[in-house]
Design a protein around this ligand. Sequence first.
Ligand SMILES: *Cc1c(COP(=O)(O)O)cnc(C)c1O
Length: 354
Amino acid sequence: MIDLRSDTVTKPTPEMRRAMAGAEVGDDVYGEDPTVNRLEARAAGILGKEAGLFVPTGTMGNTIGIKIHTHHGEEVICEARSHVFNYELAMMGWFSGCLARPILAEDGILRWSQICKEIRPLGPHWAPTGLIEIENTHNMAGGAVSPTSVVNEICDGAHERGLNVHMDGARLFNAAAHLGRPASELAAKVDSVMFCLSKGLGAPVGSMLVGKADAMDRARLYRKRLGGGMRQAGVLAAAGLIALEQMPARLHDDHANARFLAEGLSRIEGLSIDPSKVQTNILFFDVTGTGLDSGQFSKGLKDRGVLANPVGPASIRMVTHYDVTREQCETALGACQELARQAMPHLTGVVSKN
Ligand SMILES: *Cc1c(COP(=O)(O)O)cnc(C)c1O
């Protein structure tokens, strides 16, 4: 099977497995796991923040990231298709007692000009804004990268109003690879960042939350409350260190494969995608022209050895990652072409649409 469902499916590399087997460990709830401590310090250093916290999942990292900046009864401004709003089981409501104030940004990139109009003071009818949340890269906007100037403008505006900014940087290193800039520069002004070790960076488990030292001290208590106080977690952190140190440098391969897939898909009659919009390792294409819905198209691909998830009634998402080669991308394109051709027997196959 060629698995293009997500970059979460990557398996730990042989080097990660060796590091896990040999990891020096201790009880991390006592703060005594040297490998976890090293990972937290390195993550903070690489992101240019004071301190870091190793968490089991990105969802826990975002949940804590929202909690440390907000009070119950506040609003969190976020993009309408953001992960925190749509895919985290309403944790900002359940755990932090906050209401999302979603704003649609067509390209997934929130801008200060939109955000500033939605900031609310406490009033007889309003819940005050407690936090601004931005997602970089933006998953459901096709891996879109927020320009650093846009992020900085949001942070400057927010800070002037006494508000903090949390970045869901699940794929921040993909954004950094696309921009060719260090991740610390992309996150220089945000107050906290969550990023995943377990996606494109290939670690089996784990995400990082980084920010100010006092905020991370409080974050550590929330992690324990949520059941994330792990003991000899150095076994996991050892893989995380390799993910952090070595894997960012190869993300451009995934980006090149995603662009290759997008260009191939754009040449298949019945499918529609703008390859110029594919910046990182995520792409969406529309299957309406084939006469199939996305569920049927996804099933047809599975029958041909390719896994890709339907997202919405007409759209399929593909994600490239460490365990997908260029040859597998070529095979996947062949499967898409065969499927589209079978669905539209009146056509001969590849037709230039432009
Ligand atoms: C994957 C992801 C997360 C966190 O996911 P977990 O599965 O909980 O690790 C958060 N935000 C975005 C944008 C993601 O893609």
